[in-house]
Design a protein around this ligand. Structure first.
Ligand code: IVH
Length: 680
């Protein structure tokens, strides 16, 4: 076996970026060949991933080095060489489009004519904006997933599709109708998952996905199913075929119902329409509501319901004559830039935001659009007073696509030299796109950092919203996140719109956040480039905050997925005296500075297994589990003879019965708490 690639050689400063990129590409291609064609990998998936990421990073930093044949450019287009290709049972066709009412009526006239006056009905479904995927089932069990590819031959993505929760691995009930069948449907990423993925990527210094469809496609075709799993894709079924690729039922509507009954996700927003007017009404209804959907749609698909009639109508060279896609207009609008304001983020980064003459884009009034940074403004060649094209995509914040027309009176934007919030000095470091306010005590930075600290998925402090954060900072009660742990109910009650009840709640939630596991604490610190995933990997690698804080950049790079840039950022963070103070204070506040999965033994509950059931008076299920595990115990879902204790709260159900049956001791919350070590 050839020696492993010395990964570190790519960091050698003497090698030019172009050579590094080429060397990486060759290495990656070699490993892909080994893995996909020869079935004999020489490196682990994670090591492979590191190589790809490094190349991606290099290409992001030096876009001119990007070549069309780079292994990073595999998303979209033809199936990859070396990947297993599979033929579709029948072609996966696309649809003709109707761009307006007239075109839809023309489609309907043709259908009526070809059916020679026979009665028929349509089925209208939302056209979800993702990528189509065929999944095959044998005796009710999932066997294969194939992408559309060129329509006749697709790519085998079985292992990736397996990670999608809405791809049933086994159908519900016995599929009495067919031993072998095929589903066709759409893989989508919902807006929330898309936003989370993009903000994670930003924190890691990776480029953002342009829209949820690209993100879904990129995620499904990843090389590592484990990563696909973390991307939270969804699969909506819209066709049911037999082994030979023919519809299983005579009515499409019936197929949809059948799939829903057997455990597939079928969009409930569908309707039988008796004529084109009803179909058009469905299109209009959802055009007005589309922004409220959790996923993106780009139109409505209208299909003739009866399969015999579908057969009668037949196909053109590329699309069926019995279906059409009614496409919504692109969500772009032309408007004028009336000004540019600057926002200050948690890292002190100044983000220019365009103020627009308000315009309605697909039902939502748009009056601001992010401009990201100075380079982006330069790239667009944009000045205040220009008329621009603004687009709403999956992002919550609209973006400027291009300048349509220069304004008669235009004014160039200048990044302020002083922070618009605190007046502190603004600095743009070499090689950085962002200008930053360097005042660590800038109230804008402070508020943003508290917002980040308290947010869901970080320390998850419910009730600590924007209005409260503003008051806490403005009143001087909180001068840093560590101060949160000193707050009292009395202090909060003194604030605007704070009753006794909400104050008590917030304090309780702050208290509880002390039990958040160490990866959360790491990501709460807001270190640049350290998102959820990196925090997890760091906690795993270093085990304690002390070890992490004391690591050299070289040691940091030993952790998975940490490159030189991220390592430098972590190192710099922990060597800032102000941050060292913050850590001391968070430690004395009782936050988790140890990665508990690491605690092998020695906790007071080592060797004991608990089963939790019912609602406990104080502890939530997660907290109880967390604290038991923190003390070395295990928590299991089912009661067995090996269970040491069943902890029963209110409305405990069958687990309690099972415990009695097996003679397993049953305790309540007070007894459990008594077994746990003091936490502060
Ligand atoms: S029917 C031959 N139904 O839109 C029929 N397609 O160009 C083809 N899509 O490739 C598909 N939602 O990826 C159908 N409810 C739906 C759909 C849908 C999204 C996508 C699909 C297809 C494209 C049509």
């Amino acid at each position: 076996m050839p020696a492993k690639t010395p990964v570190s050689s790519f960091n050698a400063p003497s090698v030019s970026p172009a050579n590094q990129a080429e060397e990486l590409r060759q290495t990656i291609r070699h490993h892909e060949q080994q893995y996909y064609v020869l079935d004999s990998p020489e490196i682990t998936d994670a090591e492979y991933d590191v190589l790809v990421r490094r190349l991606q990073q290099l290409e992001t930093e030096h876009p001119e080095l990007l070549t069309p044949d780079s292994p990073t450019q595999r998303v979209g287009g033809k199936p990859r060489e070396g990947v297993q290709k599979l033929a579709h049972s029948s072609p996966m066709l696309s649809l003709d489009n109707a761009l307006d009412e007239g075109e839809l009526r023309a489609f309907d006239a043709r259908v009526r004519e070809l059916l020679g006056g026979a009665e028929f009905r349509y089925v209208a479904e939302l056209k979800m904006d993702g990528l189509s995927l065929a999944t095959r089932y044998n005796d009710g069990k999932f066997t294969k997933a194939i992408t559309r590819g060129d329509g006749s031959i697709g790519e085998d993505v079985t292992e990736n599709a397996r990670t999608i929760r809405s791809v049933p691995l086994k159908t519900r009930g016995t599929p009495e109708t067919a031993a072998v069948f095929e589903i066709r449907g759409e893989v989508v990423m919902n807006r929330l998952a898309f936003e989370r993925l993009n903000s994670d990527r930003e924190e890691q210094g990776l480029s953002r996905f342009a829209n949820p469809r690209n993100a879904a496609a990129g995620s499904l075709r990843l090389l590592e199913p484990g990563v696909t799993a973390s991307r939270r894709l969804e699969y909506y079924a819209y066709f049911l075929l037999d082994e030979a690729g023919r519809p299983l039922f005579d009515s499409h509507w019936q197929s949809l119902d059948w799939m829903a009954e057997h455990g597939f996700k079928v969009n409930p927003k569908r309707r039988i329409c008796n004529n084109v007017d009803e179909a058009l009404e469905f299109c209009r209804e959802w055009e007005a509501e589309r922004e409220k959907l959790p996923y993106e749609i780009d139109g409505v698909v209208i299909k003739v319901d009866s399969v015999p009639q579908q057969v009668q109508l037949g196909y053109t060279a590329k699309a069926p004559r019995w279906a059409i896609a009614f496409k919504y207009a692109a969500r772009q609008v032309e408007t004028e830039i009336t000004g540019i304001v600057v926002q200050v983020g948690r890292t002190g980064a100044l983000t220019p935001v365009a103020i627009l003459a308000p315009k309605v884009v697909s039902g939502v009034t748009v009056s601001r659009a992010t401009l990201h940074n100075e380079d982006e403004i330069a790239r667009l060649g944009l000045q205040i007073g220009d008329t621009v094209i603004v687009e709403r995509s999956g992002d919550v914040i609209p973006k400027v696509v291009r300048v349509k027309m220069q304004g008669t009176y235009r004014k160039p934007f200048q990044m302020p030299v002083e922070c618009p919030v605190c007046g502190g000095r603004v600095v743009r470091e070499e090689g950085e796109a962002a200008s930053r306010c360097i005042n660590m005590n800038c109230p804008a930075r402070l508020k943003e950092s508290i917002r980040h600290f308290a947010s869901r998925g970080v320390m998850s402090i419910d009730g600590l919203g924007d209005a409260l954060i503003d008051q806490l900072v403005d009143s001087g009660l909180v001068g840093g996140v560590a101060d949160l742990y000193k707050l009292t109910v009395e202090q909060l009650v003194g604030l605007e719109r704070m009753g006794m009840k909400s104050a008590t709640n917030v304090i309780q939630n702050i208290d509880r956040s002390r039990f958040m596991p160490m990866p959360r604490v790491i990501s709460a610190l807001g270190i640049r480039f350290v998102g959820e995933r990196t925090a997890e990997l760091l906690a795993e690698h270093f085990g304690t905050m002390e070890r992490l804080a004391g690591a050299t950049p070289e040691e940091l790079q030993q952790a998975q997925e940490v490159g030189p840039k991220v390592a430098e950022s972590i190192f710099a963070f922990f060597h800032e005296p102000q941050n060292q103070q913050l850590l001391d204070r968070l430690k004395s506040a009782g936050l988790m500075f140890e990665h508990l999965v690491r605690r092998r033994s020695g906790g007071p509950l080592t060797g004991l297994t608990f089963v939790l059931t019912g609602t406990m008076p104080n502890l939530t299920r997660d907290e109880a589990k967390f604290r038991i595990e923190a003390a070395g115990g295990k928590v299991s879902a089912a009661v067995s003879r090996k269970t040491s204790f069943v902890v029963a709260g209110e409305e405990a159900g069958s687990k309690l019965e099972k415990a009695r049956e097996l003679n397993v001791p049953v305790i309540g919350e007070p007894e459990l708490v008594a077994m746990l070590p003091e936490t502060r």
